[in-house]
Design a protein around this ligand. Structure first.
Ligand SMILES: NC(=O)c1ccc[n+]([C@@H]2O[C@H](COP(=O)([O-])OP(=O)(O)OC[C@H]3O[C@@H](n4cnc5c(N)ncnc54)[C@H](O)[C@@H]3O)[C@@H](O)[C@H]2O)c1
Length: 259
């Protein structure tokens, strides 16, 4: 599938990895609808690309808001060929540990919230977008769409304090093959990217020393990944019709240590 003249839905696209994908997709002739909660960043992107990008304030965990956002995207751009799910949160908390100086079990609510945004949000966008994509005319290859979800290396080597995050990302990994199988007859491919450590606002909040130290743990190249490198893989997945039902680690060969 080509990006040129395609429309991509990018959740979490107001920042970090999703924003980089939006920029690269637009540079390659796509139109992009960003579904995110961050209004200021989303509107700034819309002002930068008034003809190619539409920001639609959306909570990915809401059935009604995602349904509405897809309708707005369809009205604005006509059809949807690509979905990139990047909306997510990464809280840290041990199964038993100290929170605000008090020792106790992991918060039930924090676990539930992480699963709800990262896993159920991804599922919610997939199910509604796939239903819309099934109405597309197939291209010469028989393709009607491509869905790219964002897992994490934490799905495989979750660190201490990552029980909720790792569980949510493990769920994203596990959805890849069954959803690819479900959508095969419709010509919709489903892939996931499992990033290692990337330079996004999340990590840029750390002191420079800590970022350099994290980068040095990566075998090669020994630095944090650039969001543009995530975008490059997303573009490649869109363009390569044989990529389907698989999770690709994008991590410079890092395997995370326990802490
Ligand atoms: N940066 C990394 O090193 C890294 C590594 C592995 C995986 N990831 C994953 O990549 C994805 C993007 O991460 P990032 O580093 O670009 O983070 P980021 O914080 O820069 O971007 C995440 C975006 O998601 C949005 N968001 C959060 N909750 C939402 C909701 N309920 N509905 C809609 N939007 C919501 C935020 O507003 C934000 O704009 C996440 O799923 C993250 O877990 C990142």
């Amino acid at each position: 599938m080509q990006l040129k003249n395609s429309t991509a839905i990018i959740t979490g696209g107001a920042s970090g990895l999703g924003e980089a994908a939006a920029r690269l997709f637009i540079a390659n002739g796509a139109r992009v609808a960003i579904l995110d909660l961050n209004e200021a960043a989303g509107q700034a992107l819309e002002s930068e690309f008034p003809n190619q990008l539409k920001f639609i304030k959306t909570d990915v965990t809401s059935e009604g808001e995602v349904q509405n956002a897809l309708e707005v995207a369809l009205q604005t751009f006509g059809s949807i060929q690509v979905v990139v799910n990047c909306a997510g949160i990464a809280p840290a908390s041990k199964i038993v540990g100290k929170v605000d100086g008090i020792y106790g079990p992991h918060s039930f609510e924090l676990f539930e919230k992480t699963i709800r945004i990262n896993l159920i949000g991804t599922f919610n966008v997939m199910r509604l977008a796939a239903f819309a994509m099934e109405k597309n005319e197939p291209n010469a290859e028989g393709e009607r769409g491509v869905i790219i979800n964002t897992a994490s290396v934490a799905a495989y080597d979750g660190q201490m304090g990552q029980v909720a995050y790792a569980a949510s990302k493990g769920g994203i990994v596990s959805m890849t093959l069954p959803v690819a199988r479900d959508l095969a007859k419709s010509g919709i491919r489903v892939m996931a990217i499992a990033p290692g450590l990337f330079e996004t606002p999340l990590l840029m909040g750390l002191p420079e020393e800590a970022r350099i130290s994290l980068g040095q743990q990566i075998p090669f190249p020994s630095r944090l990944g650039k969001p543009s490198e995530y975008a490059l893989l997303a573009k490649s997945i869109v363009e390569n019709p044989m990529l389907n039902g698989e999770v690709i680690r994008l991590d410079g060969a890092i395997r995370m240590a326990p802490r």
